[in-house]
Ligand binder design. Structure first.
Ligand SMILES: C[S@@+](CC[C@H](N)C(=O)[O-])C[C@H]1O[C@@H](n2cnc3c(N)ncnc32)[C@H](O)[C@@H]1O
Length: 436
């Protein structure tokens, strides 16, 4: 069996390296004939090494020699942050002609994609294919590139053709946290709070009636009596905390949104309800043997990555008294089956949820079936400025949750009826009983 060991080396511009590149060019005559209308000139490697698209600088240029078991086999040229800051443009992707059509191109491209996925701001790759060299189009389509519809004139001193532009969305790494935090953005946090407080819909919080029913059901389920200590993780504006407090429980709420906590504190003071609030990341939870019940409601547990859940679980267990409960809701595996990879684009000329200024929004949904995870990525563009926000979700089976909490106690499903049928089918509540 043939084995490959592919590596990428960034060309530093030394004469020696440029000679290796130039020698490789001699072995790819067809590419130059198709794209340039002539064979490479004697200093082609140097010209390519130095060439840059308009308005870019050399720090954005990544000109690589590709080797297989240390033997040079090709050249790749990528411009990072071109034509806009969140894209990278492949200017050249060349393999020795004698090595083409053996699957090596796919292997080299997948390594290139891995390498570029480390460039955190880059969310899409572009390539322009000269129509005259159109035989490579099936290769790019197979690797996931789609035509953008842009076609540009292509002219050299010996030929005229067109460049067809293709683009590929890069799938963010499972569990990556690369996006901007939005919970303290001035505009977005205001929109978010409005969503929490608009009780006609189930957007950021469920309807008040559902919240009250849920609180009643949790009290019944746990049998907890007045005076028991309750902690609400991700309490938002305090909708659940107030309901527990009104029913005689001693309540603490934690949320890292300054705006939500400020609202929750004001609301509790105005209603003279005694609740302790902390504006804090609950991943830094630090209580010991303190609470009879911890809740985390509205599918927030599954918005955490595996790594974050592994951090949080033991902290929750530690914060609970010896016989106590953690109640939370999650998306079911049935929900995951309803999802598909998708992309949407829309314009908001009057501004909207993500910005008060006019913007265009690209929304991509990526599925990760190996982890029952999905990621919704929002790219908010004002002219050349693009802000990226990501929201992870995970779907669970009861069995998976039982395994996670096995070292500390039992997990059981709770039968709640929520206000919408869809929610009843696609989400479920669980109760973890700490039993140490
Ligand atoms: C979907 S909302 C639900 C709010 C509330 N439980 C409800 O149903 O009304 C999730 C809340 O969790 C908060 N949150 C998310 N991650 C957090 C973290 N790591 N630390 C503290 N709060 C967090 C958000 O700010 C938001 O208020």
């Amino acid at each position: 069996m043939k084995s490959h060991f592919i590596s990428f080396k960034k060309v530093s511009g030394s004469l020696e390296e440029l000679k290796v590149v130039q020698d490789l060019y001699q072995e790819t005559p067809q590419y130059f004939l198709n794209c340039e209308g002539k064979l490479p000139v004697c200093n082609q490697a140097e010209l390519d090494y130095k060439s840059l698209p308009p308005s870019t600088d050399f720090s954005q240029k990544y000109f690589y020699l590709i080797a297989d078991h240390n033997a040079p086999i090709g050249v790749v040229d990528v411009i990072r942050g071109f034509p806009s800051q969140e894209k990278a443009m492949i200017g050249l992707f060349l393999l020795k002609e004698s090595l083409q059509h053996q699957g090596l191109g796919t292997l080299v491209f997948s390594l290139l994609e891995n390498l570029i996925s480390e460039w955190r701001e880059i969310t899409a790759l572009r390539i322009g294919v000269v129509r005259n060299n159109g035989k490579v189009i099936p290769f790019w389509k197979k690797t996931g590139f789609l035509e953008t519809g842009e076609v540009k004139l292509w002219e050299t001193d010996t030929m005229k053709s067109e460049v067809i532009v293709f683009e590929k969305e890069l799938k963010p790494k499972l569990g990556s946290r690369t996006s901007l935090p939005f919970w303290d953005d001035e505009h977005i946090s205001k929109q978010m709070l409005n969503c929490h407080l608009s009780f006609e819909n189930d957007l950021a919080s469920r309807k008040l009636e559902t919240i009250q029913k849920t609180v009643e059901a949790i009290i019944k389920e746990t049998g907890l009596k007045q005076g028991a200590k309750v902690l609400d993780l991700g309490c938002g504006p305090g909708l659940y905390t107030e309901e527990f407090s009104k029913r005689g429980f001693e309540v603490t709420g934690i949320d890292f949104s300054k705006r939500s906590i400020a609202y929750a504190k004001e609301s509790a003071e105005a209603k003279k309800i005694p609740i302790t609030y902390y504006c804090q990341d609950y991943l830094n939870l630090d209580f010991d043997n303190e609470f009879d019940l911890i809740i985390m409601i509205y599918l927030d547990y599954g918005a955490l990555t595996v790594h974050e859940r592994n951090t949080l679980n033991p902290k929750i267990v530690k914060a609970l008294k010896d016989k106590a409960y953690f109640i939370f809701d999650v998306y079911s595996e049935e929900h995951f089956k309803t999802l598909t990879n998708a992309s949407f684009v829309s314009d908001y000329p009057q501004g909207g949820f993500w910005s008060e200024k006019p913007y265009s929004l690209k929304k991509d949904i990526f599925l990760y079936p190996e982890a029952s995870a999905d990621l919704t990525r929002y790219q908010v563009r004002h002219h050349d400025d693009v802000k990226t926000y990501q929201i992870w979700n995970h779907s669970f089976s009861l069995e998976a949750l039982r395994n996670v909490f096995l070292p500390w106690g039992k997990v059981n499903k709770i039968n709640f009826t929520l206000s919408s049928d869809r929610e009843n089918e696609e989400t479920f509540f669980v109760r973890f009983d700490k039993e140490l």
